[in-house]
Design a protein around this ligand. Structure first.
Ligand code: FRU
Length: 470
């Protein structure tokens, strides 16, 4: 049960009404309504709640005002009884088609990596309110023989009358170990979206992790991208710092021919970002939602004991420049501001209820930049010697410490603060850092003091926008 007066509940991020949330699923806009589904365990917080993972559903006309609709289907069938796992949506004609992975663990002694698990790709049609029968369109026997039992997360789209699906997969090595297995994406095609055949498989030239989850394939700014979530990539000082990664490759070559993958870039450098999914809305905008959550240790998400866990990012509008994707909150977010203040450099301001967004413009120039911003002493963002660093204080991090990213200098910052979430967008969304953090609000809604220390970098101004929610 949710505890009343939970000061870490969020103002403008989608979260589970109660229970557990992970990946965004089935994103689409159909007849003017946005639909945002998500991985959901409604009965309990924690990743292993029973019944097994299913989908939850938010919908609404305005991306910033989506209402919870309930659970569209349950994992009660022979082909999905251990979870209605992640998947996607295609709005086509008078229906939305939802595709997800039905997860089945066979009883008895087995190893879930190499045997004893079924991954069924299942289709459900909907008008957005009523959900039809489940129909299995792919099964284990339809996957390439070298795949392990880990195949999942169908992302489907329609192009020139043909349906395409990418699936994330773990390919078996002779050694059958996580150190040697490799991640890959399976491409399927179909004339009708019901019966599918393998078109090809695609992986990186050099092995990059043992499993690729949640693939997404799309065009943006004249280039093709493959987004995916590799598992098993070793951490480096300035990259791959979380237990699992989320990023995208630039793809060269034609969809129906041979393709190669180039320059993997991480979507986000914060503690909490995984399993993003994109879609195009009816205005042709490419929008991304990500999961603000990460199954890392020793992190102990303190909202679990309050009956809920995790949330989604705000919808991010994607644009691409020279193969780099910029992410920025959709313009609709500005509609939540109730008042705008323009303050020329000043050291401190307060965000009422710990919620709002603000912008900082740094003076252009060649001088060394050095500055830091403190969020009520609970988190700090700093820049020094070409390193942008996000740190979370011990009493607000629950096991989290520091994330770093290298960059020459910062011209512009947009920061979203939502009681227990920070989303930091630097330089027009070329670098993004997202994290949960847990300031001590001491039992009452309180202002969050944001403090700026700036020995060197001259700034032209702050713009602060509190949000009106409570
Ligand atoms: C990614 C993921 C997916 C899977 C889902 C299950 O976070 O592991 O690969 O479909 O979560 O909830």
């Amino acid at each position: 049960m949710l505890k009343r007066k939970d000061l870490w509940r969020l103002g403008f991020h989608l979260m589970p009404p109660e229970g557990w949330l992970n990946d965004p699923n089935g994103l689409c806009q159909f007849r003017g309504l946005y639909h945002v589904f998500f991985q959901y365990a409604p009965k309990e917080a924690g990743p292993d709640g029973r019944p097994a993972r299913t989908w939850g559903h938010y919908a609404g006309k305005d991306l910033m005002d989506l209402k919870f609709q309930g659970v569209p289907f349950w994992p009660t069938d022979a082909e999905d009884h251990d979870g209605c796992y992640s998947g996607s949506a295609v709005a086509d004609g008078d229906k939305i088609r939802l595709y997800y992975t039905g997860n089945v663990k066979q009883p008895g002694e087995h190893d879930y990596t190499y045997s004893g698990r079924e991954a069924n790709e299942i289709l459900v049609e909907t008008d957005g309110k009523n959900f039809g029968e489940k129909r299995t369109v792919l099964r284990n026997r339809d996957y390439p023989e070298d795949c392990t039992c880990h195949v999942r997360d169908p992302k489907v789209w329609k192009e020139n009358g043909t349906w395409y699906m990418v699936l994330g997969a773990r390919v078996k090595s002779p050694e059958q170990t996580a150190e040697a297995d490799r991640g890959e994406v399976l491409f399927y095609e179909s004339g009708d979206g019901f019966s599918w055949k393998l078109l090809k498989t695609l992986s990186s030239t050099e092995r990059f992790g043992y499993m690729w989850e949640c693939p997404d394939y799309f065009e943006l700014g004249g280039k093709t991208f493959l987004s995916l979530c590799p598992q098993g990539v070793p951490a480096e000082e300035f990259r791959y710092q979380n237990i699992y990664q989320a990023g995208y490759y630039t793809v060269k070559g034609e969809l129906r021919g041979k393709q190669t993958l180039h320059s993997f870039r991480e979507w986000d450098y914060g503690f909490d970002f995984y399993a993003p999914q994109t879609f195009t809305d009816e205005n042709g905008r490419r929008i991304l939602f990500g999961w603000i959550g990460m199954p890392d240790h020793p992190y102990g998400n303190p909202t679990a004991e309050r009956g809920w866990e995790n949330c989604l990012t705000v919808p991010r509008l994607l644009t691409a420049e020279d193969g780099v994707i910029c992410q920025n909150p959709v313009p609709e977010l500005a509609g939540l501001r109730y008042h705008e203040t323009m303050i020329m450099p000043r050291e401190t301001f307060c965000l009422p209820d710990g919620t709002g967004d603000f912008e900082i413009c740094f003076l252009e120039g060649t001088e060394e930049q050095e500055w830091k911003i403190s969020f009520g002493g609970a988190a700090e963002l700093s820049f020094r010697d070409g390193v942008l660093q996000l740190s979370v204080a011990e009493n607000a991090g629950y096991g989290r410490t520091v994330r770093k990213v290298k960059t020459d200098r910062i011209e512009f910052l947009r920061i979203l603060v939502d009681t227990s979430v920070l989303e930091i967008y630097a330089d027009d969304g070329k670098i993004v850092l997202t994290t949960r953090y847990y300031p001590d609000y001491q039992g009452e809604r309180q202002d969050l003091a944001v403090q700026f220390h700036c020995p060197s970098a001259a700034i032209t101004g702050w713009r602060i926008h509190p949000h009106c929610f409570f």
